[in-house]
Structure formats: C-alpha cells, structure tokens
Design a protein around this ligand. Structure first.
Ligand code: BGC
Length: 762
C-alpha cells in the first residue's frame, strides 16, 4: 500500500468512527429529548404510576385474581391503569397460559394503556422466563441454568437465550427477569440451580452469552427480549443456606466475586437490574444506597432502571424493621436508588410515594430520574411503536428445531462423574431395572419455574414429553426395561420388590435426587440426600449388579455412602423437558457426555468449599477434597494434553499474554472437551486464591484429532481487590495452568484498574 493510500484509509476510518459516534450521540440525544418531553407532560401521579408494578392477579377475575381459566377483569384493569397509572405488570396466574391467551391478555392491557390514557405510555410486561418461556404452555423448556452452565458452551447459552426470546415475544412479553448473575457459592440455597454456578468467569461468560442471545444487538427487535440481571448483589450466599436470609459479605468479597458478573451483564447490554431480596452486612438490598446508587449507577455506569423484588419494599418495614413505617420503607427504597417497585399485590406503594413526593421526603429530581430511566427502556424496546404482540412470531413458537437444540443442550450438560470399568454406555441389549423417585417424573426433570412457580404439578405437564423411564423404554424397547419405583423422595415404596427385580437385570439405573421446588419452599436442613434414597441405592449395590446412579437435582445433595459402591454416576442437574431423552442417549452411548461441574460437589455436609480456595484453606492439613471438584467430568473417549506454550514470560500493563495448548482425542469416539485455563497469582498484598478460572474453550474432536487452543490474558485478568477495596494489579509472578501443565510469567507493573474493567471477560 502506498503512503497516500494508508493515509486515506486512516482518514477514512477516522471519519467513519466519527460518523458512527455522531450517530450514536444523535440517537442518545433524541432518546433523551423524547424522555424529557414526556416527563414535562406527566403529572406527579402519572410519574409515580410508572414506578409501580403490580402482579396480573390484581387485574384478573376472582376474589384473589387467581381463577382458572384465567380472565382479565376490565374494571380492575381500568382502575390499575387509569386511576393508578401503573407502568408495569408481571407474572402469571396459578399456571401458564397458551400463546393465544397471552396475546389476548397483552392486547387487552395495551388497549387500555395506549388508547385510553392521556399520554398513551405502553405497559411494560415482565415475566420469569428462566429456562425458556416457562409460563407459556408448550414452550421449549431448556435445562435449568446450572445445567446450562455445565455445558461450558457459550454457543448453547446464546441459542438458549435466542429461543427463549422468540417464544417469550411470541407471547407478547418483551421483558425477562433473567439471568441470575449472582454466583452460587452456597450449595444448600434452594436457588442454586438458577445460577451459572460458583465461579466468576464461568458465570460472567455464560450469562453474557445468554444475554447476547436473548437481546441480540437490539433488544427492541421484534424477536428479542430485554434481560433483567438479578438479584443484585450477594443474594446467593446466605449464611443459613435458607432463601432470603442474611449474608455477611465484606466489601472486598463483594467486589472480588459478586459484582464482576453483574458488570459483565451490564457490558452485555442488559437494561434492567433486580435487587437482592435479602440483606448483606446488615443492610437489606432494597435499602442499600451504596450498592445501588454509588456502585451500580455510579461506578458501573448502569443507565437502565432498577426494579425491586416481590414485595421487598414493604418488607423493609414488615420484615427487616429498618423502616419504622410503610411510608418510610418506600422513601428508603426510592432514595437508595430503586426505580420501580414490584409491589405487587396492591397500590399502597403508589399512595405512599405520592405522599413522599408531596411532602418533599423524596425529591422530585429522584422521581424524574427513576421515571426517565423506565421510559428510556420502554422507548428502546420499541414499545411505543409496537406495544402489541407480533402474530407472525407464533409460527416460530416451539419449532422442531428448538426441541432439537434443547436436546443437544441437555446432552451436553450431563456430567459423567464416575464410570468404573467402562460400565457405561450400556449395551442396547441389556436388561435394565429402572428405580428411584426421579425415574418417571417430568416435574423432577424441570423443577421450579415450569408451568407453575413451583413446577411440582405433574398433571399439568405435557403428555407428549418423555420421562427418563419412558425415554429409555422407547430407546431400547419396553421389554428390556423393568420399572420398580423403590421409594418416593423421602419414603420407601417397594424396596424389596426392587431388589427382587434387580436380580433379573443386567444393570440398574437408580434415579435419585430432588422433587420440584423453587425459592423458599425448597429450603432444606441437611444437604445429605434423603436417607431412604441412599438405602435404596445401597440395596441395589448389594445385589452385586452394576448400579448406575443418575442424579436429577438442583443442588449437589451428598451421596458419599453410595459413591464407592456405584459403578457409574451421572449428574443430570435439572435437564429440562428433553432431559429424559438426553439421559437415555447418554446411558446407551448415543451421546457422549461432555458436561463439567460448574459447582463443587461436596463430600460432607460440613465441608462446603469452592474450588478457588484461599492459601490457608489448603495449609497445615487443610485440603480441597470434595466428592467431585469444580470443572470435573468424564467422557466416553479420552483426551491428552501436550505442548503448553506462552508467548512472553514478562508483560507490561498493556501487553497481552497468549497461552496455548494442544489437546487430542486419544479414544475411539468423537467427543467434546472443555479446556480450562486457571491462573495463580503467586504472591499478593491480599491473599490470593489457589487458582482462578480465567478462560475456557469447548472443542469437538474426532478420534485421533488434535487441536491447538489459545487463550489471551491481559493485565485486567490479573487484577484483584486490594487492601483499600479498589481493583489493582501488582507486579509479580503468576502461574498459568491447564490440565497438569503450568507455565510461569511475570507482570512488571503496578496499576489501579477501574471497576468497569473487572475480570471475567471471556
Ligand atoms: C423472585 C424473583 C422473581 C420475582 C417475580 C420473586 O419471588 O425472587 O426472582 O423475578 O419473584 O416472579
């Protein structure tokens, strides 16, 4: 290229960047103008209404609004929208609706909002579409999030987001209260399975990929949905293990572990955040000005809006007793930075906020800020132009290709934890005894957020979907499969009959785990799997036949007493509506398992640890010795690693280190392997974890095939929260580790790193 051409190219590029920036800033300015224009025309009541969110029961027929079949109540709807000016409605009645009914519901609601109100501001409808559009009947229901995380496959996370968006939008709903970006480091917690696991990098990466699929480049597109990051922040680490109980998380721990995934979600473009329903360090999430206003909206530059969780503004008074009256609770939450209250069962929030606004205890500027943020999201969603459901999306609802994608995702989630003497895959000619409480249950495969909140009403599940038992019968022939339940989740049924049947079988598939649950009803006092299930497994082991334990559970229930005796163990998590098929595929070898644990599987109920142990946790006889470690999972083939290289041994602040390794499929079957890069900071002014995941790649290899996998590390990947609670990098030596290989390198400089440049980028 001549100098002239180079110069022209540079000038051209600069002009283009300038023009793009110009377009961006013009769009932002016109968005602001539109918001300011609306704000100028709005009455105080209309503004307070925009900040009010009620549940659909409030506008539905029946004393408590929960009649089935569901019907909107036009008088109640008029009252909510015309008298209280509510800006948002959420949730479903007792159980999911058809696409058509959702379309009717949304159309009726938007008719009132966009035709009969003064300013025609559309309603923002929100729903929990946690593993697909779980409140629309017949939707594609994917593996629950911890299972999705176990795939370690960003593409699958992104496709899950994409299909969830299509099916949620087909229902006329543009806003999803998902993903959970709070990390799951407390295995007792009944919401563990709603997380992407215990690690910062994995959660940031899988959650970020999901958001990109859900929102695309523009969440206002017809087939996209806006994400809501929840529950900000530290909800996932309750000391008691019970839902919505207190966490004690220091500022350092919060910034080191709990904030970076939220930051990744903001970077991925999520325009809304839901607040932690419990408390951290004695401060309820909804009263935490520091976290919401200073950190989220300030440091992290979040310019979307913050929604409360269910009833949690009221709970500042009724539960937490940090507010001495309901009105003080409203003032406190709004001044802490909450922009919208999920009230959601009445209009008290509206009345009380109006009072606060009139007596000046909540400044007009705070209300304008909150309403402006909400309106901005509504505009960006395209709601003003397209408030109604798009009928053309119905043809894309629950397409065959989505079910296939769902099956692939469930197959890749399944994690093989033990496989003695290659007992798996089973021969298709084997006579199999299937036993255990999760064998013939769709609700166990799906759990909460499925058709109903608790997901535990088996009768409501689609008749055409297969439980594990039915899937195995259809795969190898019903005549080869005997089914004896053995136990329920917590009571014996016919263990003796199961033992008897085991004698006539070649192998036993013991399906253990948990019944469906969600949130507080899923609280437990003991992480150990119910005694009776362990008794069943032991009775099976004693027959001398090979026992394959299949775990269908939302959290890692302790199974130590049966691990040694089991011939194989498959962790299926909550694999969703195709879970039965996926497990059957893995059992007979139609799918080769490639899942890796996104959580540590503990061995003892009182030895609950995460993999990123601190030095003292591994000193003087202390160890990280769980039942199965984070990142673990076997395959039906084998992989070998070799030739780990690093392109520089010393790096400056702006340098990138490239680390590469060769991985080869050395077995006889095609398979997928997750290459995991960990880094240890050898010495630090704050004690550093033993190792931290800093990158991963899932590769698919034919027998004999090898490939080189490369990772890039920058200095921000080496940063941590220093003594003064700010993110820094320190000079010193580091060790990069993949499989059994390790290479050292040195960082030469010292610097502070802005919060908005925290780790977890890949
Ligand atoms: C949960 C949230 C959920 C909300 C609305 C609450 O009970 O904590 O995660 O988004 O309900 O359904």
């Amino acid at each position: 290229m001549t100098m002239l051409k180079i110069a022209m190219t540079i000038v051209g590029s600069l002009l283009l960047i300038g023009a793009m920036r110009g377009t961006d800033s013009t769009a932002a300015a016109s968005l602001d103008r539109r918001v300011q224009d609306l704000l100028r025309q709005m009455t105080l009541e209309e503004k307070v209404g925009q900040m009010t969110q009620v549940t659909i029961d409030v506008v539905s027929k029946g004393v408590d609004g929960r009649l089935e079949p569901h019907e909107l109540d036009s008088a109640k709807l008029d009252r909510a929208i015309l008298q209280y000016h509510v800006g948002s409605i959420l949730n479903v009645g007792p159980a999911g609706y058809s696409v058509d009914h959702w379309n009717e519901v949304i159309t009726t609601i938007q008719d009132v909002a966009t035709r009969r109100t003064r300013l025609k501001i559309p309603i923002l409808y929100g729903i929990d579409a946690v593993h697909g559009a779980n409140y629309t009947l017949g939707a594609t229901l994917f593996p629950q999030p911890t299972a999705l995380a176990a795939t370690w496959n960003r593409e699958l996370a992104s496709r899950t987001g994409e299909i969830t968006a299509v099916e949620t939008r087909a229902s006329g709903i543009p806003w999803n209260f998902y993903p959970v970006m709070d990390i799951g480091r407390q295995p007792l917690w009944p919401r563990l399975w709603e997380t992407f696991g215990e690690d910062v990098c994995l959660t940031s990466s899988m959650g970020g990929a999901y958001i990109k699929g859900l929102q695309g480049a523009d969440f206002g597109a017809r087939d996209k949905v806006a994400a809501c990051l929840k529950h900000y922040a530290g909800y996932g680490f309750p000391m008691t293990g019970k839902d919505r109980t207190a966490a004690w998380i220091s500022e350092r721990m919060l910034r080191e572990y709990f904030l970076p995934p939220f930051e990744a979600g903001i970077r991925a473009g999520a325009p809304t955040v839901m607040v932690n329903s419990a408390e951290v360090d004695g401060i309820p999430g909804h009263a935490n000005h520091h976290l919401i206003t200073e950190v989220l909206k300030g440091e992290l530059k979040f310019d979307g809006f913050v929604v409360s969780d269910w009833q949690d503004v009221q709970r500042l008074h009724t539960r937490d007793r940090v507010a001495s009256s309901p009105k003080e609770a409203v003032r406190m939450a709004i001044m802490a930075g909450v922009d919208m209250s999920m009230v959601p069962l009445d209009f008290t929030f509206f009345d009380l906020l109006l009072e606060c606004a009139k007596d000046g205890s909540v400044a007009a500027s705070r209300i304008d800020d909150a309403v402006g943020r909400i309106l901005k999201v509504k505009i960006r969603m395209g709601l003003f132009e397209r408030p109604y459901p798009d009928p053309s999306l119905k043809s894309r609802f629950a397409e065959g290709s989505s079910a296939r994608q769902n099956l692939l995702t469930a197959q890749e989630a399944i994690t093989l934890l033990k496989n003695q003497n290659g007992v798996l895959p089973l021969a298709r000619t084997a006579r199999v005894l299937v036993t255990g409480p999760t064998a013939n249950s769709l609700s166990a495969l799906n759990s909460g957020w499925t058709i109903t909140w608790q997901g535990n009403e088996e009768a409501r599940y689609p008749k055409d979907k297969l439980t594990l038992l039915r899937a195995l019968q259809s795969k190898i022939g019903a005549e080869r499969v005997t089914y004896v339940p053995g136990t329920t989740f917590d009571k014996p049924v016919d263990i003796v009959a199961a033992v008897d049947a085991a004698r006539r079988a070649d192998a036993i598939v013991a399906c253990l785990g948990e019944r469906a649950y969600c949130e507080t009803p899923g609280n437990i006092d003991d992480l150990t799997l119910d005694d009776v299930q362990l008794i069943l497994a032991n009775a099976m082991i004693k027959t001398g036949k090979p026992v394959i334990i299949v775990l269908i559970e939302g959290r890692p229930r302790i199974i130590r007493p049966v691990v040694d005796g089991a011939a194989a163990i498959l962790m299926a998590y909550l694999p969703g509506m195709e879970g039965g098929n996926a497990i059957a595929d893995v059992l007979v070898g139609d799918a080769n398992p490639s899942g890796k644990l996104p959580i540590t599987y503990p061995k003892y109920p009182n030895a609950l640890q995460t993999y990123d142990a601190k030095p003292a946790d591994l000193y003087d006889g202390n160890t990280y010795a769980p039942q199965f470690p984070f990142g673990y999972g076997l395959s039906y083939t084998t992989f070998s690693y070799s030739d780990m290289t690093i392109d520089r041994t010393a790096m400056g602040l702006r340098d990138t280190v490239h680390i590469a390794i060769t991985v080869k499929n050395t077995g006889a079957r095609p398979g997928k392997e997750v290459v995991q890069l960990y880094v240890r900071d050898d010495y630090g002014s704050v004690s550093r974890p033993d190792r931290q995941l800093k990158g991963f790649a899932k590769v698919s290899l034919e027998p004999g095939e090898g490939t080189k996998v490369s990772f890039a590390l920058t200095s921000s990947d080496l940063s941590f929260v220093g003594i003064p609670h700010a993110r820094i990098v320190e000079p010193g030596t580091f060790t990069a580790m993949i499989d059994r290989f390790a290479v050292p390198f040195t960082l030469l400089n010292k610097a502070s790193v802005p919060m908005t440049d925290a780790g977890g980028k890949r």
